[in-house]
Design a binder for this molecule. Sequence first.
Ligand code: MV4
Length: 501
Amino acid sequence: MKQTIKKVLVANRGEIALRVMRTCYEMGIRTVAIYSTPDAKAPHVKFADESVWVGEAASSESYLDMDKVIGAAKQTDADAIHPGYGFLSENGEFSNRVKDEGIIFIGPSAESMRLMGDKTAARDLMGKAGVPCPPGTKDAMEDVEKALSVARNVGFPVLIKAAAGGGGKGMRIVHDEKDFTASVKSAQSEARNAFGDDRVYVEKYLEEPRHIEFQILADRDGNTVHLFERECSVQRRHQKVIEEAPSSLLTSKLRDEMADAAVKAAKACNYEGAGTIEFLVDKHQKFYFLEMNTRLQVEHPVTEMITGIDLVRAQIEIAEGKPLPFQQNDIQKNGHAIECRVYAEDPSDQFLPSTGTLTRHRIPAGAGVRVDSGVEEGGEVTINYDPMISKLSVHSATRKLAIKKMLRALHEYEISGCRTTIPFCEFTLKHDAFSSGQYDTHFVKDHFDPVKETMFEKVNELDALAASLVAALHEDSQGSGKNGNLKQTGTDVNQWWSNRR
Ligand code: MV4
């Protein structure tokens, strides 16, 4: 049944809220923003046609409060809700309640979310669909001894994972069977605390894996296509930092095999809308299903840049009941795109959050440069929400040219008032492991030493300055008089030097 959407409430904040609203504007669809007290003057609120205050800063009081979000949609007569990513975007209860109110949920069914949200159910479904999964236990672990025998069969190291998990929470790498039982208990405890569900399962640990994911679009009639892959191996503590499309690892043959598997996976859960199938590719170029994300992802811009397809427009048209306007052969990849996530975190200090007033926010521009930002100059960067300030994406004809363009754009990006991960992104793009394409999910651990990379250079410069000042002071104290004005500097370099050591 087709229904034209005239007004969308975007149940999100920051860059993704603004990004969704921009496509709505281009489609002639009116928009409703929701906002918490600290977001009252946020860019997404200013851009929307209407806005509704939904509560105080805490997400549970505002963006996660289903009653308030649905109430705002009813209050403004929105005929659809776009959830963005995070918050309620993969909450089956929310999508069902939205539909029960006669409002269109722009996303997949609650059943698809459920099937893919439970990692053991997802593995089972993938096995039946002929999508390869890492060897391991079929179901969640009922009996530790039985699981240990499976671990012995697949061979250590193994990974213990939370069935309700994702993103690394409740995950334990076990290298030796003597640590197995304790690791299971520890994983169960973390999973119970994080998800209220302590079911865990075992998988063979794939060494030096690459994280490669395929974008999927599926309409209500079951037409399912892929929009090629994204490589997301530069991660820090399971948080993606740099993504690119296409992957420099895949051969055409491997790409076709993985794309077929991704389409199979989407069809196996009757998927509708935009979704992503995550795979790991091991050092033998064998790929394995990791998980499915039943939402639009942060890193979707790099796919849009190489295919020319607006994924939010596709989501809305699918939600209106329209058939996909293209077939698989119509979708071509062109050139290369890279995305750097700009977080308000300090890479020289363990990526700790960095808050403050954005006294300067000047974004780069020029051909092939896209900035999706949820902040503006004068705005506050707080710890209320995810620390991502913006996403900087570039597109060029080749990967080498895209790297050059990204380095130029990072150089041009001016942010003052908080520390950001821009220096880390510059470090990565300049690193041989990245530029050669020879990197995996251990890149940060293997190559990034914050003290060496960002502080020592400064310390080295300061050391040189201190040494010359100490030398000059020493000479001065010998009465040579040639550094006459030095003493007036008031800089007790000796004191500074001894403090520093
Ligand atoms: C794995 C894996 C290796 N072997 N599974 C799961 C959650 C996701 N964010 C990363 N996950 C992984 N699952 C098997 N069977 C490697 C990862 C992985 C990873 C694991 C530990 C530390 C950092 C990682 C970064 C990317 C992928």
